[in-house]
Design a protein around this ligand. Structure first.
Ligand code: TPP
Ligand code: MG
Length: 346
């Protein structure tokens, strides 16, 4: 968490410093209890990702691993807008989404380390985890693929008349993929209940949004299909919740899709193998210092007279959950070689 800051940035300050241009976020009102809950939920993701980074460095996790550190307010805020049964689908930067959906930290970590008790029996790894029970539909390595799949889930919701909504998350880079626009067209044409959430963290691998995108206001990407959109301060969970409530209600009432551009930032490189030389340390430090989503909540809680000690106790609890998950993930057996030939199409 950012240290050495003693004034919580207001939503206005945050917007000015975002490097994204202006956004029109309104803020949901959070009680002290709710602030405590989201503090904990975001911290769980942060600590989980820090531990995953460590395990990767130790060689305990193989393959690709993309961390979500910095973007936590988006998934925690959006999850609060859902009803049981509403679905979530995303790309490869997916551990935060899984934890927000209520998937078990032990099962997620055990999948990262390729163990038998991981969510995909140790055969999927970081980018390929699913939980039907928690309505989490992955975990996809092909950039943009989840947008079409999420649109398909929304089609099924419509067909079944179950009044459920699908959240389809994708990045600023993915937003330039062709299938995104085929999906937008069908979703609006058939009024499908899908919220398209562009997690604009300003980079797609090493390419900044300014270098890759002709239209950098991603909330406008649905204009030619008449899909409404909104830019949101994705570092302020109250803004995420307010915009999410509106978008989900729009979809649930049968009005068709909605686009939310969440303006955010990833603190780490694209994946564990990216030294992130395309940006300065000062740029990263400035976002961490001025806008960190967890620090914003921590400062508000201190303002509500919650003690430092109580907040540290929550952190200790969360660290314990993560440590238990990491121990479990290193102790469990690997899959039996015969598993190579199960769970596949022949
Ligand atoms: C179809 C396809 N093209 C290219 C890639 C390689 N690739 C992986 S991630 C990525 C960048 C995507 O960036 P963005 O959508 O902004 O998401 P972020 O990583 O920032 O969360 C690319 C080009 C891929 N996985 N799939
Ligand atoms: Mg990106």
């Amino acid at each position: 968490m950012a240290a050495g800051k003693n004034v919580a940035p207001t939503a206005k300050d945050t917007r000015q410093d975002s490097g994204h241009g202006s956004s029109q976020s309104s803020l949901a009102k959070f009680s002290k209890e709710l602030e405590l809950q989201v503090f904990r939920d975001m911290l769980l993701i942060r600590r989980f990702e820090e531990k995953a980074g460590q395990l990767y460095g130790m060689g305990a996790i193989g393959g690709f691993c993309h961390l979500y550190i910095g973007q936590e307010a988006i998934v925690v805020g959006m999850q609060m807008t859902l009803k049981p049964g509403d679905q979530v689908i995303t790309g490869y930067r997916d551990h935060g989404h899984m934890l927000a959906c209520g998937m078990d930290a032990k099962g997620v970590m055990a999948e990262l380390t390729g163990r038998r008790t991981g969510y995909s029996k140790g055969k999927g790894g970081s980018m390929h985890m699913f939980s039907k029970e928690k309505a989490f539909y992955g975990g996809h390595g092909i950039v943009g693929a989840q947008v079409s799949l999420g649109t398909g889930i929304a089609f099924a919701n419509n067909y079944r008349g179950n009044a459920q909504v699908c959240l389809a998350y994708f990045g600023d880079g993915a937003a330039n993929q062709g299938q995104v626009y085929e999906s937008f067209n069908m979703a609006e044409l058939w009024k499908l209940p899908v919220v398209y959430i562009v997690e604009n963290n300003r980079y797609a691998m090493g390419t900044s949004v300014k270098r890759s995108s002709a239209q950098t206001d991603f909330s406008k990407r649905g204009v030619s299909f008449s899909i409404p959109g909104e830019q949101v301060d994705g570092m302020d969970i109250r803004a995420v919740k307010a915009a999410g409530d509106k978008a989900v209600a729009w979809c649930r009432e049968g009005n068709g899709p909605y686009i939310l551009e969440m303006q955010t930032y990833r603190y780490r490189g694209h994946s564990m193998s990216d030294p992130a030389k395309y940006r300065t340390r000062e740029e990263v430090d400035k976002v961490r210092h001025d806008q960190d989503p967890i620090e914003q909540v921590r400062l508000r809680l201190l303002g509500l007279k919650v003690s430092e000690q109580d907040l540290k106790a929550i952190d200790a609890e969360v660290r314990e959950i993560v440590n238990v998950a990491a121990d479990y993930a290193q102790r469990e057996p690997e899959p039996d070689p015969s598993e190579l030939f199960t769970d596949i199409y022949r």
